[in-house]
Design a protein around this ligand. Sequence first.
Ligand code: BG6
Length: 527
Amino acid sequence: MDDAGPKSPPATAQRAAKAPPCTMVIFGAGGDLTRRLLIPAVYNLAKDKLLSDNFAIIAADRTPKPPEAYRDTLAQGVRSFVSDTASGGETEPFDAKTWEFIAARITHFAGDFTVAETYARLGDLLKTTEAQFHTGGNVLFYLAVAPQLFGTIVDRLGAAGLAQETANTWRRVIIQKPFGSDLASARALNARILKSLDERQIYRMDHFLGKETVQNIMALRFSNAIFEPLWNRDHIDHVQITAAETVGVERRANFYEVTGALRDMVPNHVFQLLSLTAMESPNSFAADAVRNEKTKVLEAIRPLDFEDVRRNVVRGQYGPGHINGVPVQGYRAEPGVDPHSRTETLVALQLEIDNWRWAGVPFYLRTGKRMARRTTEIAIQFKKPPFALFRDTPVDILNPNVLILQIQPDEGISLQFGAKVPGPRLKLGTVQMDFRYKDYFHIEPSTGYETLVYDCMIGDAMLFNRADGVEAGWAVVQPILDLWGEDKSVPLEFYAAGTTGPAGADNLLWRSGRYWRPLAPASEPGR
Ligand code: BG6
């Protein structure tokens, strides 16, 4: 492996400039991800004038497709994206000129990704594309394929010399989640791809890091002087991280049956939220400075033994119930799911971070499908003030302050605090100060992939995972996977679809006098 990477100015200095010339090779270009998210993201970058004119796409797929029909399918994907409000933005007209810019640069390429001959042909096509679009020899390979192919494709790229950089050209590879299915497989995959690529060429993606509100956790913590002094065990009672969904398994039973909620969400998405919330301030926004701090937090999580897993981890599976008043079936009745499946669709756990900032502050995490409400949030609950002053007043309880970082939907930040209820008697009420992104900023429709694709093009890996970070995440959950794999008597608790989850999840907090923030809107019953 040649270590002579291109010399370029620091990535942060290049922000908001056009990305350098490059060819983007998408493996898995016939798939849903490409049509629904990747191509709309590239379209948005082009619309914002962030792509070089010397840009091209090679859309690599297993089967040949007529080029015009293929482009039409992609155009359709962009059209439905711009007219869809689900992204949180406002709908926008389809910009035909921008689409023409993209469409003229797409070449469809068919081949079997497991054989060497495909890569010889791809190498030839890259040379032709480089000559035609003046892409300067830079290539971004995007692996939008099934995870079993990650290792094979990287091996083949390496063997064909396609991963080779020179002093003036770069080659980078974006690898989608899931990166491994446990600690051993993640380590093995890292070891395998590091035979063909240098770490700085690898961009392990976690799409949560493409969410503006997730990136804003660092901005909130480190660009405001008022939070950091309070951000520790002296002032914080506990932290709750919730990633609740109302969707069920959808049409992904094959994947989900062998994956489950823990693997699907915790070592990746939920731990991104946890590490950004709990990490120390990095010395800069350089990718390694930030990733060092994030990894350190995960490494400081107190390792769980089997007893801890039994006490502090709860797994659940949804049964039949109602979502928004509509009856839905239970997990075991979903198409493709084993009627006796023991796969968890919800997991709730308590972790401790054993370092100077956090020792003694429980972190409660929960994620599940078919829950009462779709919400992803981080709630920082502060310690209660001393009660003495209120002892001889009608006030019988002081509610703690809670800072809520609402990741999605209704992106924003809220602070809960006590205030005197007007009137002659001393009575306290809990009030909330709310900041909503959409009240302050115009939000363009975005897939969340724009920043990540652009960052890879400019060589900024801050929002991507490094090998040690991925492995540290798996290392935390490995004892849970081990116990669940070994001991079939560990309970799987059932919860009705549309509720807040099983009783065990509540008990995790109740046993220490705490409770989850409500999931259901106040007007609706929680379960
Ligand atoms: C994916 C999981 O990585 O993240 C899905 O595989 C989950 O099961 C999804 O639904 C959640 O992402 P988002 O952006 O919809 O919150």
